[in-house]
Write a protein that binds this ligand. Structure first.
Ligand code: PMP
Length: 429
């Protein structure tokens, strides 16, 4: 890295002594891209600034929450006033009601929603509801999809588990994952076969409608339709994990874009505007079995925290009032796709650029991508090299091949042109 990085290095040194790997989430260690992490001091718009004063075009955007970019004025409005009234009460606040109403207004599938503190909690709790409702134990997930790090879902998983080669983690008891069945993403026949072999035993199917944790691979409409039909046929619940796609693809998320209606939906990221949050919701029929209405227990000391709710409400209200945000993001993603795909083709490079709406990924492998089988032999070494040079040029890409490039409203067309021009130069160097 040509940038000065003395302060980040010193912080990493201290961090490694007291935090496993020096980080609070594995991909942040930059290990798979062969360099040390940068430590961030602040973010503004599409840029972030590290502890040594270097600035970077941020293509991570906190892994999705910052759809409006860093420190957007709409998010900061009134935050001090909310803060000064107290940070947590452990009894209800009006913000929780407003947040739930906003989510319910956006999703056909959601009549009721329960706030939690992370995407992990959201998927774990939705599965508990599905199991409680159906009185069945088995769940079906898809290889390469990541649904957080709860035991039952840490099987053939995506994101950092792919990056570090442990898709099924030690420490997860075999008994816990015995009921987790895994299919191939976008493979309708395999899903059908799994249902036939496990007839009345599958409580639910959980799926990322657009997989964002093995790079970006869109689910086909046929695949999601087939999952809906299989769940109906076999009396299982369909869970959309919209922790990334929720309020990112569209204000109505993947449910609206695909016009496929799940039974339960999991949220996180954008609905917290950058503060820790998650939520799960669905039709009243399913959500009314959640305690205290029903017997399925789920709780949280900080759930519905007023600061997180405030940031989430500000974000969702902004998106509701400015639907053009989605068009802008897609326009920028299309520009990126057009330029880079043409460049890859004309130079005959072993790469592929994948885009769905505003979600994008550059795979270090040529070909089509429909499941984990297609991504597993990407050239991660080359990606690491590319990442490191881009970083030295002031562009922070995801520090792992198996993650998407995140755009925000704050990214300008000039930012995208800079990204395109540097990408081209670095790929030819
Ligand atoms: N589901 C999906 C689709 C995700 O991408 C993630 C996190 N990237 C999670 C669940 C888990 O969310 P969290 O990290 O907030 O626990």
């Amino acid at each position: 890295m040509s940038n000065q990085n003395t302060n980040s290095r010193a912080l990493f040194e201290r961090a490694q002594a007291v935090i496993p790997g020096g980080v609070n989430s594995p991909v942040r260690a930059f290990k798979s891209v062969g360099c040390d992490p940068i430590f961030i001091e602040k973010g503004l718009g599409s840029k972030i600034y590290d502890a040594d004063g270097n600035s970077y075009l941020d293509m991570i955007c906190s892994w999705g929450p910052l759809i409006l970019g860093h420190s957007h004025p709409a998010l900061l409005e009134n935050i001090e006033e909310v803060f000064s009234r107290g940070t947590s009460f452990g009894v209800p606040t009006h913000q929780e009601v407003t947040m739930a109403e906003l989510i319910v207004s956006a999703y056909h599938a959601v009549d009721m929603v329960r706030m939690v503190n992370s995407g992990t909690e959201a998927t774990m709790s939705a599965i508990r509801v599905a199991r409680g409702y159906t009185n069945r134990n088995k769940i079906l997930k898809f290889e390469g999809c990541y649904h957080g790090h709860s035991d039952a879902l840490l099987v053939k998983s995506g994101s950092g588990t792919l990056t570090y080669g442990v898709p099924t983690s030690p420490g997860v008891p075999e008994a816990t994952v015995r009921d987790t069945l895994t299919g191939r993403y976008n493979d309708i026949e395999m899903a059908r076969q799994i249902f036939e072999e496990n007839k009345d035993e599958i409580a639910c199917v959980i799926v990322e409608p657009v997989a964002g944790n093995m790079g970006v691979i869109p689910g086909t409409k046929a695949f999601l339709d087939a999952l809906r039909a299989l769940c109906d046929e076999y009396g299982s619940l369909l869970i959309f994990d919209e922790v990334i796609t929720g309020f990112r693809l569209d204000f109505g998320g993947a449910e609206a874009v695909y016009d496929v209606h799940p039974d339960l939906v999991c949220f996180g990221k954008i609905i917290g505007g950058g503060l820790p949050v998650g939520a799960y919701g669905g039709k009243k029929e399913f959500m009314s079995i959640v305690s205290p209405l029903g017997p399925v227990y789920q709780a949280g000391t900080l759930s519905g925290n007023p600061l997180a709710m405030h940031m989430g409400i500000q974000t969702l209200n902004y998106l509701k009032a400015h639907p053009e945000v989605y068009m802008h993001m897609e326009d920028k993603a299309i520009h990126l796709e057009n330029e880079l795909s043409a460049f890859i083709e004309s130079n005959n490079l072993p790469l592929s650029f994948v885009r769905f709406k505003g979600m994008t990924c550059l795979f270090f492998k040529a070909g089509a991508f429909s499941s984990y089988d297609d991504v597993k032999d990407c050239d991660t070494e080359k990606y690491g090299e590319f990442f490191r040079i881009m970083l030295s040029e002031g562009i922070l890409l995801p520090p792992a091949q198996f993650e998407g490039w995140f755009l925000s409203e704050a990214h300008t067309m000039q930012d995208i042109d800079y990204l395109i021009s540097k990408t081209k130069t670095v790929l030819l160097s």
